[in-house]
Design a protein around this ligand. Sequence first.
Ligand SMILES: [Zn+2]
Length: 186
Amino acid sequence: MSFEGRVRSFFQIARSVFFPKWDPCRRWTVVVGERQKSEGETGYCCSREKIVYISPQATGMTDVGLQAFLIHEICHDVAAAFHNRKWLRRMQRAAEKARGLGMESLASSIEDDAFSCVRAGCYLPLSACEVYEFVGEKAFANPDWTDERIIQDSAEYFGVRRASLVRRFPGLGEEIAEGRAERRRE
Ligand SMILES: [Zn+2]
């Protein structure tokens, strides 16, 4: 099966077996490709577009690795955009589910991934996925804030300097505009 075919079929399985209540209308899709803003990331979960992006770099992943990875990305929409406790709990539940179904290697792969993300904690390099999601949510939640205030606030949250955030994540302005536009549509 092609990489794209594997990704699609694992995505269907992940959705129906591991997250049966998450996307009942089947609005979410999976795309093999990189979202420009998150270049270099292996995966990106975009709640706004309802798309999970899997980079073509992931072609070499084993079936189990790919399954665990799709579950990881979906957990970002179900639980939290960050590798925080809430996200970890959802990953643990998925691992328990896999174990209950006799999928022991998938269960341990999910656990290994989850714990390595959490252990890395704040030393984990900032991921575009987390930064853009956070900035977009800030813009959505605070329609009266200026771009500058949103960026400053986000830089403080991530513990980096404003200039470094702006340099490393060139799509901030676009993400803020999208967050605002989404708010106007509400
Ligand atoms: Zn993640």
